[in-house]
Ligand binder design. Sequence first.
Ligand SMILES: Cc1cc2nc3c(=O)[nH]c(=O)nc-3n(C[C@H](O)[C@H](O)[C@H](O)COP(=O)(O)O)c2cc1C
Length: 480
Amino acid sequence: MFQQALHSLRRATAQAVVGGALVIGTLEVTTHFPSQGRSSAFYHSLADDVIVPAMRATLNPELAHKVALRMAVLAPTHRPSAKEQKLNVAVTLWDNVNFSNPIGLAAGYDKDGTAIAQLLKLGFGFCEIGSVCLRPQPGNPSPRMFRLVEDEGIINRYGFNSLGADAVEEYLQEFRKTQHPQDPNSVQWWDKIYNFLWPGSQTLVVSGLLGVNLGKNKTSETPLEDYQKLIHQLGPYADYLVINVSSPNTPGLRDLQSISSLEGLVAGCQEACQKLEHVKPLLVKLSPDLTDDELEEIGALLMRLKIDGIILTNTTTSRPPGLVSSYKTETGGLSGKPLKNRSTECIRLLYQITKGQIPIIGVGGVQTGHDAYEKLKAGASLVQVYSGMIYEGPGMVSKIRDELAELMIQNGQRNLQEEVVGMDHEHLHWERQRKLLFKRNEETTTFVIDQEDKENQGKQDTDEETSTTAQPHRLLSNGE
Ligand SMILES: Cc1cc2nc3c(=O)[nH]c(=O)nc-3n(C[C@H](O)[C@H](O)[C@H](O)COP(=O)(O)O)c2cc1C
């Protein structure tokens, strides 16, 4: 009797263990299948069509956001679509900083850098954390985030809640430690099988660049000092740094955009960047509430200061006509769909003013590949998203990338950086194309000359004919 009971218990335990392992194994494997895999498409739908709407319906916006950050670890891993793999969607800025694709996560989503690797796996080419303040501060009292569902917008007045630079530094150390090196020799055999079965799935290895967005503490009277200290402490972990002078929820912060303040601030921050062991690109994030005249003045100043990039735009304090949600009267910065057109206008204007010479990161109301395409054509080299994720879910990144690839193919474009960025500015666009072509000619020519020089050296200048054939190449490389 006892023997029989023990036997049944053993069998039941074994069945539970095997069954459990099968269920967990299936979930684990299919969750991490590439997004075009059937199962992964299933998980995208599960996340975007069931879990995200359920969270929106049951949790307040701030809590839903916290849960989403925690759950990012379960989100489906992106793999580039077959269409995208036929294109070159990489963007290279600032002496070879290479973004594998132009879609990034905007500041504010992961303020303290607690989930960078998980978020990058959604398919982002880069993730910008922050705004980080030097000292920890709680931000404004709750509620401080509101969903304008009917308008597909968000109003927030967080006021820079931040764990502070010391805590964020620890998270960044952790991220850099766990980040898989992109060296192909270090790819594991199972990743190689994965790549063989689904070419291009190297993105399963956590790659992607990191931006660190910096803000000043609410009570700080010395903003430049704050930014300089932050650059010194967090700069070594970043691929690029951003000085945020445009959040509407920290009293006095936007005043730093006035020409008289901005010049000293940017120059001081550039100095701090120069002191880093590896100098990092420095960008400025601006407000959409600046007038066009102010934007022109600031653009000219930033050109003069040789800033590395401009992020356009932060949230707006304006309330465009046509908003219907009852939350529209809440104090704070508005983002999402109602911001889309103004942010694209700002990009277009700044691209014109700077003649396309300063990289722009475009952000505001991007939810689809078409929205991203519009911003790229207006002059953005990269595009970021935030509010759209709240309505669309984590699968939005894959969708945007797939739609963008589709649009490029429809328009006969193969290289995003060369053929899409700034395309609306016909004159500047062709001028840039001409320069690129010239640069490429120059590179080929230099290569040919190097080869010929080596061969000629061997002949010790005895063969006159060879040395004269090199001449036309040299002329070409001089642009004659
Ligand atoms: C809840 C929330 C918090 C944000 N926090 C920051 C922040 O700390 N620093 C910053 O530079 N931008 C912040 N932003 C602005 C976004 O980075 C982005 O510029 C803006 O939301 C427009 O993009 P979107 O329409 O895709 O949301 C925040 C936006 C939201 C919605």
